[in-house]
Design a protein around this ligand. Structure first.
Ligand code: ES4
Ligand code: ZN
Length: 319
């Protein structure tokens, strides 16, 4: 569906389609442990977040050069534009690349080659959000923030992703304090697989402006009341929740009840190459399966711009 919208929860490494993975593997002389794209797609059956992350990190081996990151981002932007995405706030995982021996600058410069000309080439404005891997140490996150200092003109904010349970937001208190002091915006994944308390911690200790997923807030009525009162945006990813079995089926997704409760929800795609759809398919799915009215869909699209990091004038132009 091509309702104008902003994408606020999108891991660029999660847009690596099997065809591009094999193309980059051939270009870089990397051997993948899959015979072809069909066999690779067969591996896209996940039991939980960790089983997905294992494949997600494995496939990143094909990303080696600035051009690889540029091609990855351009492929995403073209697809997003075709589905009505007018603005994209894009996560990337530097530690998943520096741990393989790449320079952080290879990822940033390569992504920027696509993002810097995205408005002209695709009609999509963009922002870059650096994510820390929460299953790595706080020291590693601090070192990553330090390594990013030469690129801060290209980085709008920081996020927190990867395996959630056992890695509460408080672990990254210092890192987020340092990021805030550098003038960076702050978001974090919380309440995807982790408990509602992680959402409260992300707000109170990390000072996040948006919560990525935040799905499990529904287990805590007092927290829901707070999120409604403070208009805290939640970047929900319905198809991701189905594929990672955070919900049993899409029909069981609490999105309609969350909207009825007054929560500021947005609909996003997370890792679209792995979860069966980009922003448009996520909107289509919630419309078809959850029976959301046109008015609710327009509310979701409006929320996506309101919750973005665009300035007011840019936001009006984008939608
Ligand atoms: C992710 Cl779905 C999801 N959750 C947490 N971390 C991630 N990194 C990429 N996709
Ligand atoms: Zn995510």
């Amino acid at each position: 569906m091509s309702l104008p919208k902003a994408e606020l929860h999108l891991h660029i490494e999660g847009t690596l389609e099997p065809e591009l993975a094999f193309e980059l593997a051939a270009r870089n002389g990397v051997t993948l442990p899959y015979a072809d794209t069909d066999e690779l797609r067969e591996a896209y059956r996940f039991a939980d977040l960790q089983s997905f992350l294992n494949l997600y990190y494995e496939l990143m081996a094909v990303l080696r050069t600035e051009r690889d990151f540029e091609d990855l981002a351009n492929a995403y932007l073209a697809r997003a534009a075709a589905q009505g995405v007018r603005h994209a706030e894009i996560f990337f995982d530097p530690q998943a690349h520096t741990s393989r021996g790449l320079e952080l600058g290879t990822a940033v410069e390569g992504l920027w080659r696509a993002l810097g000309s995205s408005e002209a080439n695709h009609g999509v404005s963009s922002r870059l959000i650096l994510c820390f891997l929460r299953d790595e140490s706080a020291e590693s996150a601090l070192a990553t923030l330090d390594a990013a200092k030469p690129y801060l003109d290209r980085i709008t904010g920081v996020g927190l992703d990867s395996a959630e349970v056992g890695h509460p937001p408080v672990k990254f208190r210092e890192v987020y304090e340092a990021a805030a002091a550098l003038g960076l915006r702050r978001v974090a994944h919380a309440g995807e697989e982790g408990p509602p308390e992680y959402i409260t911690e992300a707000l109170d200790i990390l000072g996040v402006e948006r919560v990525d997923h935040g799905l499990r807030c529904v287990e805590d009525p007092a927290l829901v009341e707070r999120l409604v009162r403070d208009r805290v945006p939640l970047t929900l990813c319905p198809l991701s929740n189905v594929r990672l079995r955070t919900v049993d089926t899409l029909a069981d997704h609490p999105l309609p009840a969350m909207l009825d409760a007054g929560l500021m929800c947005t609909v996003n795609s997370d890792d679209p190459a792995y979860f069966g759809g980009y922003a448009g398919e996520n909107f289509d799915a919630v419309r078809a399966t959850l029976g959301l009215s046109e008015e609710r869909l327009r509310e979701l699209a409006r929320n996506s711009f309101l919750a973005s990091f665009l300035e007011d004038d840019e936001e009006l132009r984008a939608r």
